[in-house]
Design a binder for this molecule. Structure first.
Ligand code: QAP
Ligand code: CO
Length: 170
């Protein structure tokens, strides 16, 4: 097991479109374990492979309070989005310390493969539905700050770049 470095916005690699996984191999099982360890250690509820600079269509998440409901989504596909939408406060392990409201579908139905390569489907609501949409955006190279105004996004970009420069100097 290992903690993986997480790419921080505005790293251009976060805008990579991930490729589908055609064969789930041993290295994917290792990557999944490392992604869970990294996510739990950082107190996250979702992590896309993109965020650890691995550009395949793989997401790990766990929206439970006690790290008891790990969920692995490989090659997820949206089947249905509810017309009903809601705004909720989002954050991102790649945008540490910043949170803002994003409007998304309240419910989502997705199809995906689990870690054994078995086809699964899931109808999700509320936080899980939001998290799936947020993480699927990462696989398309999209970060939640792209839904915010130019002004807000630039403020976040500048602050994160400054924080990263200060880390490099120390
Ligand atoms: C995406 O985000 C999400 O800034 C997952 O300092 C977030 O796990 C979906 C985190 C909210 C739906 C609602 C962020 C941890 C974790 C931070 C995360 C931080 C420490 C974010
Ligand atoms: Co994120």
């Amino acid at each position: 097991m290992a903690l993986l470095p997480i790419l921080s916005y505005p790293d251009p690699r976060l805008h990579t479109v991930a490729r589908p996984i055609s064969d789930i191999g041993e290295h994917h099982q290792l990557l999944i374990q490392d992604m869970f360890e990294t996510m739990y250690e950082s107190k996250g509820i979702g992590l896309a492979a993109t965020q650890v600079n691995h550009h395949e269509r793989l997401i790990v998440m766990d929206v439970s309070e006690d790290a008891s409901k790990p969920l692995i989504l490989i090659n997820p596909r949206v089947i249905w989005l509810s017309p009903e939408r809601a705004t909720s406060e989002e954050g991102c392990l790649s945008v540490p310390g910043f949170y803002d409201g994003v409007e998304r579908a309240k419910e989502i139905s997705v199809e995906f493969l689990n870690e054994k390569g078995q086809q699964q489907s899931l109808l999700a609501q509320d936080l899980l539905a939001i998290c799936i949409q947020h993480e699927m955006d990462h696989l398309e190279g999209k970060v939640f700050v792209e839904y915010l105004s130019f002004l807000k996004r630039n403020r976040i970009k500048t602050k994160l770049l400054k924080a990263q420069r200060e880390l490099e100097r120390s």
